[in-house]
Write a protein that binds this ligand. Structure first.
Ligand SMILES: C[S@@+](CC[C@H](N)C(=O)[O-])C[C@H]1O[C@@H](n2cnc3c(N)ncnc32)[C@H](O)[C@@H]1O
Length: 266
């Protein structure tokens, strides 16, 4: 494949591998350049090379986060139910963050069929509780079964049926170590306010689908859809808030994370 790297075909093959995972081997070394390339061809080929390398790296990151039977099964259920489970690397990042802060109390908006919940629970302390909110009770029943299959006792998870922005205001201030939002990107800025109220100092807020907010080549005059606008605004607000330590991770659909560093007034 190395001698063909840089063609459109390779870029498509690499892109397919990001979704399919497992069959792709990234090209080794740089593609030899023919001196007969016109300048324009060379620019396009080199851009394709860069894209192919980037996609190969992202595919490798997803493959590195291996999933076992309970996660594979939750993901398959989610895929069939069209609940858009988080990517494996995204899940691994959630587990890593929860473990890094010794999370005992985590809120999730967007239970889905349980993939992200299993990853979170695996990073949280053994005596911890995951509170997970979703508007679809059928998804939550499938998630409950997935948690059980992954070996978690029923009292480790509190499932709340409802809209995130109706439920979060009822939860206790500064009582949570982590808030993960994986629903309603248009409302991410409002979820950010709620998350900052719920988090203790040193707690972490994480938004999925953060790359929805990426600037696209759609021109300055085009109007972004509400989800894109919400994700973009949340990214801006997180970076502008001096009481937060921000991080944008290009895993899956993108995770925007921020540590609540101190109270705004301190
Ligand atoms: C992307 S899926 C979540 C996937 C899940 N985190 C996982 O990894 O399996 C989004 C979920 O949010 C739920 N949802 C959509 N809008 C919501 C809202 N306003 N409040 C709570 N849940 C919502 C959907 O029913 C869906 O299950």
């Amino acid at each position: 494949m190395g001698d063909r790297a840089g063609t459109h075909g390779d870029v498509i093959a690499v892109a397919a591998s990001v979704g399919g995972l497992g069959r792709f081997r990234p090209p080794r070394g740089r593609t030899p350049r023919s001196i007969s390339h016109t300048r324009g061809e060379a620019v396009i080929a080199s851009r394709d090379d860069t894209l192919a390398h980037t996609l190969a790296h992202l595919a490798h990151v997803e493959q590195y986060a291996q999933e076992d039977d309970p996660l594979t099964s939750a993901r398959e259920t989610g895929r069939r139910a069209e609940s858009s489970p988080i990517s494996a690397a995204g899940g691994a990042a959630l587990r890593f963050l929860a473990a890094a802060i010794g999370a005992r109390s985590v809120v999730e908006v967007g239970t889905g069929c349980g993939t992200s919940g299993i990853w979170l629970l695996r990073g949280m302390r053994p005596d911890s509780v995951l509170t997970s909110v979703d508007i679809e009770p059928e998804y939550q029943e499938l998630a409950r079964a997935a948690y059980r299959r992954a070996g978690f006792a029923a009292n480790r998870v509190r499932l709340i049926h409802g809209r995130g922005l109706d439920v979060l205001p009822r939860l206790t201030d500064a009582a949570y170590d982590m808030v993960f939002v994986d629903a309603e990107p248009a409302a991410y800025p409002t979820y950010l306010d709620e998350a900052l109220r719920l988090l203790r100092v040193g707690g972490i807020v994480v938004f999925n689908n953060a790359l929805e907010g990426a600037e696209r080549a759609d021109g300055p005059l085009s109007v972004p859809d509400p989800g894109t606008a919400g994700a973009r605004e949340a990214g801006r607000l997180v970076r502008a808030d001096t009481a937060l330590i921000p991080l944008l991770l290009p895993v899956g659909e993108g995770l925007l994370a921020a540590i609540r560093d101190h109270s705004p007034e301190s």
